[in-house]
Design a protein around this ligand. Structure first.
Ligand code: B3K
Ligand code: ZN
Length: 873
């Protein structure tokens, strides 16, 4: 594929006014007739040909204003349709016919049919696999869609917008017509046909309109869609209350499909979901599943305004809709659940997924300036760091001004395809603040490193805080400018009370936000009565790494007294980290430092703290967190052994605390998935993990497995048995029981694959290979592939990274195999190797060889080629 540059953006020469599509569905020969009305853009070159995009297409007919075009007037290839010598008429109508094969579409992009269901995925460039089209997000038009299909197998015919009507259509067939009045880009087009069950509800909007809500799932699974419906209604209400956004069609539909490349898709009025993010009941879904469903339902719904009504001018602007919409779904979950606990989870995720991306060969700015394959830019940088950048705007401006900026954005740009500059301008206009330096967050890749040091002057009663920022070099970017970093900051006295300075010089400090804007800056806090303990980057106000040497005593004080509970968690983590880093070098003989264990156990036992918070605090940094902090020459086996040794020592020291938590953190009555109950389960199950270390026996986990009445408890018990006691009869029995009980539920079987794929140690590779032969493993299903191979590659460092290199060789083979069917899935799997250079030399060499083997294949997709080449660079 060739390189696309942001700087080359040009508007189209032709403006698309209307789209009329007719589908005659057939599993292998679907006929698509597309009528497009265009006019020439004012001022555009009148001799310019009309060039439409295609991908693996064949043209079956072409009419200009209803008259067949002569073959010398156009050129059709699988990748494009170029119409030259356009007759004078303006506007004009082009009628294009293509024949496509949905059953053969294993890429799951465009129109595909699996399990008897037709569905589409068009973002980013899937629509061009359906028909020749100006397939770019700045081409917006209203769509009419007619669907004709065999009635018996496809009682359901769905597309975007409002339902116009339907009727019988010849022998055994019927048709349905849909009209979407809201101009949209092609990537938001959707069509679904087949035979599905439905649950229905309604929502009355703030202006009193009734909207029909429908969630379509496989027959028999209707009872498992109830939670998704509830989450949808709460999302609709929240977007009205918090952002003033009302839904804009008569109907909102969600369809759950089982073969899907990602989580879900925000097609206008017709969201298509991976069924993993729709289906839930206590018996089959964990608390984490419920939280994910709630968040993703909200995310896709929120796209209706941030993405659909206002869309991206080009794909470089992807964070315009994704970063903003992630921010919105984070805020939603924070309001529905516990804000500090949600923030801790977000930051854990950001650090474990985005920081390694930003610090490795695949690093790119939140708004990239070039790409070869846009599908490879649906990254945690665009999504999660993009969300953090939006959050920082809210932090800089304050809640109310941020809201004004959002209102202006909706008002000014409704119906348009816009850029990050347009977005940022709205906030400049409402605040009067110059956000030029702040905008570097969109342009400069790499995680800024802020180094802080403080000194207290007892006579002058001043506290001086020196701050320095450094943005590491990233691919294509060596010289970086200093950024505008908003640091939420507070000072505490020895007794834990907050200290208020009379004034601050040397840096802007307002509303407890310190603005770091220079490369180096010293802020002086005046009238500070005693040596303060500083809390920097509270609530993780900026996505940075912070180097600040604080004593264990100071951290313990923050862990006890910070009013910001995120900062308490951060302090506890910072207390534990040195021990874990040292342990990674000492391996089995590592020993834990009391200065971190005591505050941790105190927090665990503190009943004034939310159980979910305590569970987060007790979940020590993971092996990959430790690897990231170490930064290089990493030996996954040593990291694992060291962390295990520390877990055991914490478990021994806290045995009484854990026993008590395990006995008392019960939930009364029937299972409910609310955050409070989930928090109690999380804390109780965390205690169970520690007890498995303290008691060094599978008995308690086995008893928990037998007693579990919900999937959260069952999975936790199973995980302990499989991971801690993999060779025990208890583990083998539990795995078998679990499989037999859930063999007919693919989503639960995914958990069964994952729990085995993450058993630590070199032997797991053989198990993974064996599981791939299991009849329950279906190679063509993305969820199965991710649950087994993906989980192994991404979250089992001692397994994938075994010292003899077999793990990486296995992964290379599988990636090549998957790439032939589904390039997006393969490319995503390959990103698991992005941190290969941080491995110790022997493993790094094995990884490099495996990557080179992939690179040398002559049949690579552009998706995998792009990732492998950047990873090796
Ligand atoms: N917008 C889609 C992602 C599309 C990915 C295309 N490769 C889901 C979402 O972010 O809401
Ligand atoms: Zn999104």
């Amino acid at each position: 594929g060739q390189v696309i540059n942001l700087a080359d953006y040009r508007p189209t020469d032709f403006v698309l006014e209307r789209v009329d599509l007719t589908f005659e569905l057939d599993p292998t020969e679907t006929k698509v007739e597309s009528r497009l009305i265009f006019h020439r853009r004012e001022g555009a070159d009148t001799s310019a040909p009309l060039v439409l995009d295609g991908d693996e297409l064949a043209l079956a007919g072409l009419l200009f204003d209803q008259i067949e075009m002569a073959p010398d007037q156009y050129t059709a290839t699988p990748e494009s349709l170029t119409v030259r010598d356009l007759p004078e008429s303006d506007p004009f109508e082009l009628t294009i016919t293509t024949i496509i094969n949905p059953e053969a579409n294993t890429k799951l992009m465009g129109l595909y049919r699996t399990g008897g269901i037709y569905s589409t995925q068009c973002e980013a460039e899937g629509f061009r696999r359906i028909t020749y089209f100006p397939d770019r997000p700045d081409v917006l038009a209203p769509y009419t869609v007619n669907i004709i299909a065999e009635k018996a197998t496809n009682p359901l015919l769905l597309s975007n917008g409002n339902f116009l009507g339907g009727a019988g259509y010849g022998e055994g067939k019927h048709f349905a017509a849909w009209f979407d009045p809201h101009p949209k880009p092609s990537y938001l087009f959707a069509l679904v046909a087949g035979d599905l069950g439905v649950i229905e509800d309604t929502f009355t909007t703030m202006s009193g309109r009734e909207v029909a809500l429908k969630i379509y799932v496989e027959h028999g699974k209707e009872p498992r869609a109830g939670y998704a419906m509830d989450a949808l209604k709460r999302s609709m209400k929240w977007d009205e209350d918090v952002f003033g956004r009302e839904y804009d069609l008569d109907i909102f539909m969600i369809v759950a499909v089982s073969d899907f490349n990602m989580g879900a898709m925000e097609n206008k009025g017709l969201n298509v979901f991976n069924d993993k993010y729709v289906l839930a009941d206590p018996e089959t879904a964990t608390d984490a599943d419920y939280a994910n469903i709630e968040a993703i339902i909200a995310h896709e719904y929120f796209h209706n305004w941030t993405g659909n009504r206002i869309t991206c001018r080009d794909w470089f602007q992807l964070c315009l809709k994704e970063g903003l919409t992630v921010y919105r779904d984070h805020e939603f979950s924070s309001d529905q659940r516990s804000r500090p606990v949600k923030r801790i989870a977000e930051v854990r995720h950001l650090k474990s997924e985005q920081f390694p991306e930003d610090g490795g060969p695949l690093a790119h700015p939140v708004r990239p300036t070039q790409y070869r394959e846009i599908n490879n830019f649906y990254t945690t940088t665009v999504y999660e760091k993009g969300s953090e950048v939006t959050r920082m705007i809210a932090t800089l401006l304050g809640k109310e001004t941020f809201k004004k900026g959002m209102d202006l954005y909706f008002e000014r740009h409704d119906g348009q395809a816009v850029t990050i500059e347009d977005f940022v301008k709205c906030f400049e206009d409402v605040s009067g603040r110059d956000l030029a330096q702040f905008s570097l967050w969109y342009q400069q890749a790499g995680t800024p490193l802020v180094t802080a040091s403080g000194s207290y002057d007892a006579t002058a009663k001043t506290f001086a805080l020196s701050l320095e920022q450094m943005i590491p070099a990233t691919p294509g970017q060596t010289d970086k400018k200093p950024m505008h970093i908003p640091l939420s900051l507070a000072l505490f006295a020895e007794d834990g009370a907050q200290l208020q300075p009379s004034s601050v010089t040397g840096a802007e400090y307002a509303g407890e936000i310190l603005h770091l804007t220079d490369r180096a800056q010293t802020a002086v806090f005046h009238c500070i009565a005693s040596r303060p303990v500083v809390s920097i980057n509270r609530s993780f106000s900026a996505p940075i790494k912070l180097h600040f040497d604080q004593t264990a005593a100071d951290l313990a004080l923050l862990a006890r007294n910070e009013t910001d509970h995120f900062a308490r968690w951060q302090a506890l983590t910072d207390l534990a980290l040195p021990t874990l880093l040292k342990a990674a070098r000492d391996g089995h003989s590592a020993s834990a430092d009391r200065t971190f264990v005591e505050p941790l156990l105190a927090a665990a036992a503190d009943d004034s703290l939310e159980p979910a918070f305590r569970a987060q605090a007790l979940a020590l940094p993971s092996e990959s967190d430790i690897a990231r902090e170490l930064g290089g020459n990493n030996d996954p086996d040593a990291i694992h052994a060291g962390r295990q040794a520390i877990m055991k020592q914490v478990a021994d020291a806290g045995r009484d605390v854990f026993l008590k938590l395990h006995e008392t953190m019960l939930t009364a009555g029937d299972f409910t998935p609310d955050a409070k109950s989930a928090g109690r389960r999380a804390l109780r199950n965390t205690a169970l993990v520690y007890l498995s270390y303290a008691e060094a026996s599978p008995s308690r986990a086995k008893a928990a497995f037998d007693a579990a009445n919900n999937m959260t408890d069952l999975m936790q018990a199973l995980t302990i048995l499989a991971h801690r006691f993999p060779d025990s009869a208890e583990a083998a029995d539990a795995l078998e029981t679990f499989r037999d009980r859930f063999a007919d539920n693919a989503l639960v079987i995914d958990k069964w694959f994952s729990v085995q794929a993450t058993i630590p140690g070199a032997k797991t590779l053989d198990r993974v290979v064996e599981l791939m032969e299991n009849p329950l493993f279906i190679r063509t299903n993305p969820n199965r592939v991710r649950s087994l191979i993906g989980t192994f590659a991404f979250t089992n460092p001692t397994g994938i990274g075994r010292a003899d290199g077999e793990g990486y060789r296995f992964l290379a083979r599988e990636i090549l195999d998957i790439d032939a069917r589904n390039p997006q899935l393969a490319a995503r799997l390959l990103t698991s190797m992005r941190s290969w250079r941080s491995l110790e030399p022997v493993r790094a060499e094995h990884a490099r060889k495996a990557l080179t083997e992939i690179q040398q294949s002559d049949k690579l997709s552009t998706d995998v080629r792009d990732i492998v080449e950047r990873t090796l660079q």
